[in-house]
Design a protein around this ligand. Structure first.
Ligand SMILES: NC(=O)c1ccc[n+]([C@@H]2O[C@H](COP(=O)([O-])OP(=O)(O)OC[C@H]3O[C@@H](n4cnc5c(N)ncnc54)[C@H](OP(=O)(O)O)[C@@H]3O)[C@@H](O)[C@H]2O)c1
Length: 269
C-alpha cells in the first residue's frame, strides 16, 4: 500500500469525499464534478500515476485538497487499510463513493477456477466493508452520505456476464437495506444506476465498446445533482429509467432471455 498527499489540509473547513476507482471513467468524472463544487477529495485506486495527475490537476483548477491512496481493493482487508489511512491522515469522510468495480464476461462454465474471486472481493466485499466502516463513523457524527455505484444490470439477470450483474444486484439490495438501517442517524445511502457508459470498463471486462454509451461526465453530473438533493436512487438518462421500469415488470426468465440475445453477440462475437 502506498500513499501520497497533494496539497493536503489546505481547506480544513470544506467537506471531503472519498471516491474509490477515481483513476478513470465515472470515478474520475465524479472527482472533477465534486471538486468543481468545492469538495476536498480522497481518491483511491491502484494506479498511483493516474491518481497523481488527477490530484494535481484538480488542486490547480479548483484549489481543493486532494489526497490519494494507491490500493488494490480486491486484496484482503483492503477496506480496513483505507479506513486506517484516512485516520492516519486526519481525513474526515463526509461522502463515501463506492465506485470501483470490474466486470468479467463469458459463459460461467467456461471460466477458470476462482475466476470470479477478485470480482466478488472488489464489487461486493470491499464495498460492504467500506460502507460498514465509514457509515459507522458518520452515524457517530450524526451526518454523512454514501453513494454506491450499481448499474441498470442490477435489475436483470445477465447471461454471459452473470456474476457481474449478480454482484450489482447485491449492491442494490445492500444499499437499500443499509439506508433503512441508518434512518434517523443523519446518514443516507444513495444508489447510482448507470447504463452503458463510455469508460475503460468494457475493454477491461473483455467486452466490445458500446456505441450508444453515455459520457462519464453526464453520469457524474446526474450523480452529483442527485446527491445534493439526497436522492436515494439516481438513474442517469430517460432510456436507463425505462429499462429499469420494464425490468421490474417483466418475469426474470424473459429478462434473462432478452439480455442473452443482446449480450451474446457483443461478448462472444
Ligand atoms: N461503464 C459502464 O458501462 C458501467 C455501467 C454501469 C455501471 N458501471 C459501474 O461504474 C463503476 C465505475 O466503472 P467505469 O465504467 O468508470 O470503469 P473504469 O473506467 O474501468 O473505472 C474503474 C475504476 O475502478 C478502479 N479499480 C478497478 N479494479 C480495482 C481494484 N482491484 N482496486 C482498486 N480500484 C480498482 C480502476 O482503477 P485502477 O485500475 O487504477 O485500480 C478505475 O479507477 C463500476 O462500479 C462499474 O461497475 C459502469
Amino acid at each position: 500500500m502506498t500513499s501520497d498527499t497533494t496539497a493536503a489540509n489546505t481547506h480544513k473547513n470544506k467537506q471531503t469525499a472519498l471516491i474509490t476507482g477515481a483513476s478513470s471513467g465515472i470515478g474520475a468524472a465524479l472527482a472533477r464534478q465534486l471538486a468543481a463544487h468545492g469538495w476536498n477529495l480522497a481518491l483511491v485506486a491502484r494506479n498511483q500515476e493516474r491518481l497523481d495527475l488527477i490530484a494535481k490537476d484538480l488542486h490547480r483548477q479548483h484549489a481543493v485538497s486532494v489526497e490519494i491512496l494507491a490500493q488494490d481493493l480486491a486484496q484482503p482487508a483492503a477496506a480496513q487499510m483505507v479506513h486506517a489511512w484516512t485516520r492516519q491522515h486526519g481525513i474526515t469522510v463526509d461522502l463515501l463513493v463506492n465506485n470501483a468495480g470490474a466486470g468479467h464476461s463469458g459463459p460461467v462454465i467456461a471460466a477458470a477456477d476462482y475466476a470470479y474471486e477478485r470480482l466478488i472481493d472488489l464489487n461486493i466485499t470491499s464495498m460492504t466493508e467500506l460502507s460498514r466502516l465509514f457509515a459507522g463513523d458518520m452515524a457517530g457524527r450524526g451526518r454523512g452520505q454514501i453513494l454506491n455505484v450499481a448499474s441498470t444490470g442490477a435489475y436483470q439477470p445477465g447471461p454471459y456476464t452473470a456474476v457481474y450483474y449478480a454482484a450489482k444486484s447485491y449492491v442494490h439490495s445492500f444499499s437499500l437495506a443499509l439506508d433503512e438501517e441508518l434512518r434517523g442517524t443523519g446518514v443516507s445511502v444513495s444508489l447510482l444506476c448507470p447504463g452503458a457508459t463510455a469508460t475503460e470498463f468494457s475493454s477491461r471486462a473483455g467486452k466490445a465498446d458500446l456505441t450508444s454509451a453515455m459520457p462519464a461526465a453526464q453520469v457524474a453530473r446526474a450523480a452529483v445533482q442527485g446527491l445534493l438533493r439526497r436522492q436515494r436512487l439516481i438513474i442517469p438518462g430517460f432510456g436507463n429509467r425505462l429499462v429499469i421500469v420494464l425490468s421490474k415488470i417483466l418475469p426474470g426468465h424473459w429478462l434473462a432471455w432478452m439480455v442473452a440475445r443482446i449480450q451474446k453477440p457483443l461478448l462472444l462475437g
